[in-house]
Write a protein of this length. Structure first.
Length: 438
């Protein structure tokens, strides 16, 4: 099958998942805006601080499970190994539940006492419910992505989850007269994830499960566990790079500034939405091309993908840098207007990250997760050091500067690894020299 050898092919391949992802991003923006206005700066800061802790715990498990399931599903389908595919699906679900149980311990410890010293048992209980629901959503979405049904797999998490959350928030506002608290917001968030999980199970049984009913599963425990370890470490370093700034603002400054910075981070995610959509669309194909040694086709796929992603990112970054102050005030309220300066700094780093290309995804799809982990781990250490140095002096602006510096270092290291290990040039600026995997 010829796939994405021209820019128009990339657009066509990414269009269905792009529509879902953009719709999900818009809904997520509405959710954040509603929560920010309903909670106010202080309570939204407490909610954001707790959510940052949750994401730092979730992302390693999410990254490892999603990458493994997409890659191994694509490998199994390419080689006609249906039994191992069924085994992988069942194994990954069990791993998600076990992982959620283990991760619940540090989550409970970190959340029992929040930044303001209040005891919030509802917040802790809701977070523990949210974890397994999200991990199971990730596994189901990865199975769909491995079958090249990326858009359908995204619908429960990207669209239905925020829709359920908005519906629950609307119902809460009708039934309650008191202002929403951070703990209640977390409870509503967990309920929205559970509703999306039920919907994903229904879609999975309707679309994928039926052909596999009569297939006896084959479990490659050793192979999958050997791959999950480095991927988990990669995800842990990625989580530190992404969310340690929010966490340390809560440690060194206050939860109100956490809320301000969280708004900036939420806005800047729009810059990388195009890259995320394209990466999700092409990741199964990257794994297939690498496993069948079609390196020239892989180079062409990556080059077209990064050009498409960069074009979208440049457009979005320009809007946010020129009109971000008005957008923030309109969506989140005047109390969050000071987030704009941090947003402008973050836009620069994320645009550069998109320009360097899908280097992390490419390494992981090629089974080079150890190389990916080494690069991200170095960046994570630097990131923590820069945040500790800059946040006490500059607050959220220090966190933004640390994030930008880390993005440059992280992507430069991974770009060099892609070039040396795979013979692939992923950046938008440099003309590729086609090579072979090494």
């Amino acid at each position: 099958m010829i796939f994405a050898t021209r820019p128009s092919d990339v657009v066509k391949a990414a269009a269905p998942s792009g529509i879902v992802r953009l719709g999900g991003a818009a809904l997520e923006f509405v959710v954040v805006a509603v929560l920010a206005r309903a909670l106010g700066a202080d309570e939204y800061g407490a909610y954001s601080y707790a959510f940052a802790i949750l994401l730092m715990v979730l992302i390693p498990a999410r990254t490892s499970l999603y990458t493994l399931v997409v890659r191994e599903t694509a490998y199994s389908l390419a080689h006609g190994e249906r039994a191992s595919l069924v085994g992988l699906t069942r194994w990954s679900r069990a791993a998600a539940l076990l992982g959620a149980g283990v991760l619940a311990i540090p989550v409970a410890v970190l959340l029992l006492v929040t930044q303001d010293g209040a005891f919030r048992p509802l917040l802790v209980a809701s977070a523990i419910v949210w974890l397994p629901a999200m991990l199971l959503l990730v596994v189901t979405g990865a199975v769909f992505a491995g079958h090249r049904q990326v858009a359908l797999g995204q619908i429960p998490e990207q669209v239905l989850r925020p829709l359920f959350l908005l519906a629950l928030l609307a119902g809460w506002s009708l039934l309650q007269t008191a202002p929403l608290s951070a703990s209640e917001a977390m409870a509503v968030t967990a309920c929205g994830a559970c509703g999306a999980l039920v919907a994903s199970a229904i879609i999975y049984r309707w679309q994928i499960a039926r052909p596999d009913v009569a297939v006896a599963p084959k479990y490659l425990h050793h192979h999958w566990m050997a791959a999950v370890g480095p991927l988990f470490l990669f995800g842990m370093a990625h989580a530190i790079n992404t969310h340690v700034g929010v966490f340390l603002i809560g440690v060194f400054v206050n939860v109100e500034e956490v809320g301000l910075y969280r708004v900036a981070v939420q806005c800047v995610t729009l810059v990388i939405v195009g890259q995320q959509v394209v990466n999700m669309a092409i990741s199964p194909r990257m794994a297939e091309l690498y496993s069948t040694d079609q390196m020239e086709e892989l180079q062409l796929l990556v080059k077209r993908a990064v050009r498409t992603s960069f074009l979208v990112a440049s457009f979005v970054a320009g809007i946010l840098m020129f009109f971000g102050d008005r957008i923030i005030e309109l969506l989140f309220g005047a109390s969050f207007a000071s987030s704009y300066s941090a947003l402008s700094i973050l836009c620069v780093g994320h645009l550069a990250s998109v320009a360097i290309g899908p280097v992390g995804a490419l390494l992981n799809m090629a089974g080079q997760e150890r190389a990916a982990f080494r690069g991200v781990a170095v960046a994570a250490v630097i990131n923590v050091g820069l945040n500790v140095l800059l946040i006490p002096q500059l607050g959220m602006h220090g966190a933004a500067l640390a994030a930008v510096a880390t993005l440059f270092i992280w992507n430069a290291i991974l770009r060099n690894s892609v070039n040396s290990l795979l013979g692939i040039e992923a950046s938008v600026w440099i003309r590729p020299t086609l090579g072979n995997k090494k």
